[in-house]
Write a protein that binds this ligand. Sequence first.
Ligand code: SF4
Length: 199
Amino acid sequence: MSNKQPDIATEISTCRLCSDRFRQTHTAHEPRPVAWFQPGARILIAGQAPGMRVHQSGRPFTDPSGDRLRQWMGVDEDVFYDKARIAIAPMAFCFPGYNAKGADLAPPAVCAKTWRAKVLASLPDLRLTLVIGGYAQKYHLGDAASGGVTQTVERWRDHGAETIPLPHPSWRNSGWLKKHPWFEAELLPVLRSRVSEAL
Ligand code: SF4
């Protein structure tokens, strides 16, 4: 009999901690954890939680947000989905459901509490972490993210060479991008260059 422990991504894929919570949402869905990483990855994409499309595909960022994020990073799908190089670990691994306005619910806090430290410990070779959206920024940046996403991203130069805070690449944020032209003009060229170096 093998004594080999299952890797952390495999363990997460069988997690059903939020079954009751998700059953009570409008979509009454079952948990479907999307854990996309393996040891050796050099870049971590620390996002929020899968949306409905990713819940259905079982692959992270298979949606317009993913297209935009790949464009921001300057990588194609082959590189983006190469787990040996890029780890994708959101604050919750499952789609949380919708609120009354049709927006995604917050990532269940129990997910980060249960899994996140173990996930990060399994990724010792990270050179760059992209911290996307308020939930991940609060977790990864602590007090430095207390002013909200805009202020945190505006101060992207203060977070060190190995961390870049980003807004969510959702098309809902197109207005934000227009309002903050420095993001494309100043931050994105640095992001692409750091991604390329880290890879
Ligand atoms: S969101 Fe996280 S804690 Fe909840 S069922 Fe999915 S993997 Fe488990």
